[in-house]
Structure formats: structure tokens, C-alpha cells
Ligand binder design. Structure first.
Ligand SMILES: [Zn+2]
Length: 402
């Protein structure tokens, strides 16, 4: 059996007045997806469990069959997985932002979106001050993109520590928001040492000259440890691969024991090479039992409230990904395809929405008795509604087999 999953990120939406009260999925011309719906089953699935917000991390875990309540390791461990860091279960990992604090206020949570090379130089200086080479502090710093670094600790217990995301306190006093609770002393000490090195560092002096926000401090937050996560193969007996431009999804793929397949020309926007994403998905199906192709463009268009681009991206996914992938799947005896967004993203609010999303399963088994196209409304009207989203995966993998 061969399996493919195509995720048009954020494709589900609400009716839009300018589209004659149609949703982008209803307005888009998508002959391949609609033909697949007529030969398959549609329904709704709740990928945002109660009590969670509809983030791609939570929703994608759920979509891929992992209950976020049991397996979501927190943002920093996911980012560590995306960077390919190997953590022991006892290691702590935290976000380590470069920030601008002036007169005790959080002026900028990104230190002026500091450039990668400047951030790396500063992080090196911080590391030398906090954890000099040759000492066994167990503290390591890992440069990320721009201001988003990680710090790992192999000693200490941060279970009782409370931290605050720096973007939650714009222009507010940091007092009361610094790491607090038992075990926080170590973190405050690291932050104090960093402040001393960063003050008057050459990189900051140059930034000051150009009128850019200086990286006055590091801000530690979002701590977590990896949770034991059984691989996808262990759980479902199926090997997998991921195609995505988004780091968080690469991280999830790493945690699942999947291969990340690099695609030239892939981006998070409508300028992604849709045809290349389709072609690489087809090629990977020769090597893996299951291939997941994630396309971020509809989500990004929704965040811009750009429904025209959202429709264009759904149409491009239909033509350049779904069409070729179905053709490829049909060369195998037994196959199945799942198409669904991880969450809805509404052009009207520019935000993710936690409502259940429409899914479509088609393949060499399973046919609908009622013919419907793939839209939010048609999915609602079907009789298939999965409340615990993580249960969809085993349904997808085993439906019609027994
Ligand atoms: Zn998403």
C-alpha cells in the first residue's frame, strides 16, 4: 500500500463577501481535488483539541496521528528537533531571544530583527562568558535564524520555573516577567552575565551608529524537555517522508523518524515551485510507504487577507501537486490519498481558526455513496466527523483493509 498526504496549510476558511459569500475552497477551480472527492470520502476532523490554540505545531501533530496532550513537547524542543539537535530526555531546552531592553522595558523582542551573522557573533561572545570552553557547565547555545536562538542545559531542574514570551510584553516593564520560581536563579545569572558582554560589544556599537535596536540582553523562555515519541514506523508500521518549507514541520518529521526531502525552489509563499513539490512527492513514493507534501502558501495568503492569492494557491496545488500525485498513485496496486489543511485560516481575521477542518480520503478502496465536492460545507453535511483528530491517521491507514 502507498499513501500520500497533501496539506494545503490553512486552506479552509469562512464565506467571503467579495467572493459572493463563497469560501476560497468553493471559489477555486480544482478539478483534480473535486474528482477525488467524488471517488472518495469527505468529513470533518477536529485538529485543534479543546484548550489548545490552532498552531501548525499542534494541528500537524494531531493530523499525523499524535495526541498533542500526550506528545507535544513544547515549542523549544520542537525547534530543537527542527535544528536536528539530539537531546537526552533529561536535557532542558529554552528559547534564547536577543531582545532590546531600555530602562527596564521590553522595547523589542527581536533586537531589530538582528541579522544572522551579527546574532551568531554575539551568541559566541555570550557563550564564552557564560560557559567558557573547557568548563563543565552543561550549558550550550545554538544559533538560529535572526534573534531566535536556543539554549540547552544538561543540569538543573526547570520544572517549577515560570517564564514569559518576550513578544507578550511589548513596551512593558520586564519586572515580574523575568524567569521566576525555584530553579530560576541559574537562568537569571546567565542573563546577567550576557548583559555585561553585550553592553558595548562591537556589533552593538555598529547597530547603534546605524540607529538600529541593540541586542542589549538575552531573554530565556519557553523551556521544555523532549517527550518520548514512538516513531511513525513503530506506531503504524509505515515508513514516511516529509516535504515542507517550514522548520516546525521539519522538526515534527524528525521526531517521527521521517526523512525530510529537500526540494529546490520550495518556499512558504505563493512563489513556491508547486510543480517541483509535486514531482518530488511522486518520486519519493517509489522509496517510502507514505509521503506527506505540505504547502504553506494558502496560510500565508490568508494572513495577508489576500483571498485572490489564496484561491490561486489552491488552484496551483490542485494542478501541480494533486493531479500528478494521483496519477503516480494509480501506478501502484493499492493506494490511498488524504487531502486536508492542518487548520483553517480566515482571510477576514487573518488568523488561524480552531473549527474542525474538512478532510478528503480517496484511493483504491472506499467510495462515497453520496457524490460531493471538497468544501467546508460539504464536509459538514457528510456523516463522518472525527472529534479526536489524532484518530484520523489510523482510520486513513487501515480503512477498507480488514
Ligand atoms: Zn498551519
Amino acid at each position: 500500500m502507498k499513501y500520500a498526504i497533501i496539506i494545503p496549510d490553512g486552506a479552509a476558511d469562512a464565506p467571503i463577501a467579495e467572493l459572493g459569500d463563497k469560501t476560497p475552497l468553493e471559489a477555486a477551480r480544482k478539478p483534480n481535488i473535486d474528482a477525488a472527492a467524488l471517488n472518495g470520502r469527505i468529513g470533518t476532523v477536529r485538529t485543534t483539541p479543546p484548550g489548545y490554540s490552532a498552531g501548525s505545531d499542534v494541528c500537524t501533530l494531531c493530523l499525523l496521528g499524535y495526541d498533542p496532550a500526550q506528545y507535544h513537547p513544547g515549542r523549544a524542543p520542537l525547534e530543537a528537533a527542527a535544528m536536528g539537535l539530539k537531546l537526552k530526555p533529561s536535557d532542558w531546552v529554552m528559547r534564547c531571544n536577543f531582545v532590546t531592553i531600555i530602562d527596564g522595558k521590553m522595547v523589542d523582542h527581536s533586537a531589530g530583527h538582528i541579522k544572522d551573522n551579527e546574532g551568531r557573533t554575539l551568541l559566541q561572545a555570550v557563550a564564552e562568558a557564560v560557559a567558557p570552553a573547557g568548563t563543565a557547565s552543561g550549558i550550550k547555545f545554538h544559533p538560529g535564524v535572526s534573534y531566535r536562538n536556543l539554549m540547552t542545559l544538561s543540569a538543573g531542574d526547570l520544572t517549577k520555573v515560570k517564564t514569559t514570551p518576550p513578544h507578550d510584553i511589548p513596551d512593558q516593564p520586564i519586572k515580574g516577567h523575568l524567569p521566576r520560581g525555584a530553579g530560576s536563579e541559574q537562568l537569571l545569572d546567565i542573563m546577567n552575565k550576557a548583559r555585561v558582554v553585550l553592553k558595548d560589544h562591537e556589533v552593538n556599537l555598529v547597530r547603534k551608529q546605524f540607529g538600529e535596536n541593540q541586542a542589549t540582553d538575552i531573554w530565556l523562555w519557553g523551556q521544555g524537555r523532549t517527550k518520548h515519541m514512538p516513531s511513525f514506523k513503530e506506531r503504524f508500521g509505515v515508513s514516511g517522508a516529509m516535504i515542507t518549507a517550514v522548520d516546525l514541520l521539519r522538526g515534527i518529521a524528525n521526531l517521527l523518524g521521517w526523512n525530510n526531502i529537500e526540494v529546490p525552489g520550495i518556499t512558504s509563499y505563493h512563489d513556491t515551485d508547486y510543480a517541483a513539490q509535486g514531482k518530488y512527492t511522486c518520486d519519493a513514493l517509489d522509496r517510502f510507504d507514505l509521503v506527506c507534501c505540505h504547502v504553506e502558501a494558502p496560510d500565508e495568503a490568508s494572513h495577508q487577507a489576500d483571498f485572490a492569492t489564496k484561491i490561486a494557491s489552491i488552484e496551483a496545488i490542485d494542478e501541480h501537486v494533486v493531479g500528478p500525485v494521483i496519477k503516480k498513485l494509480q501506478t501502484f496496486d493499492q493506494w490511498r490519498l488524504l487531502i486536508m489543511p492542518d487548520h483553517a485560516t480566515q482571510c477576514a481575521t487573518r488568523k488561524h481558526h480552531e473549527a474542525p477542518v474538512p478532510f478528503l480520503i480517496t484511493g483504491s478502496h472506499g467510495k462515497s455513496s453520496i457524490a460531493r465536492t471538497y468544501t467546508e460545507q460539504a464536509a459538514l453535511e457528510s456523516d463522518l466527523h472525527i472529534e479526536a483528530g489524532y484518530e484520523l491517521m489510523s482510520y486513513f491507514l487501515t480503512m477498507g483493509k480488514s
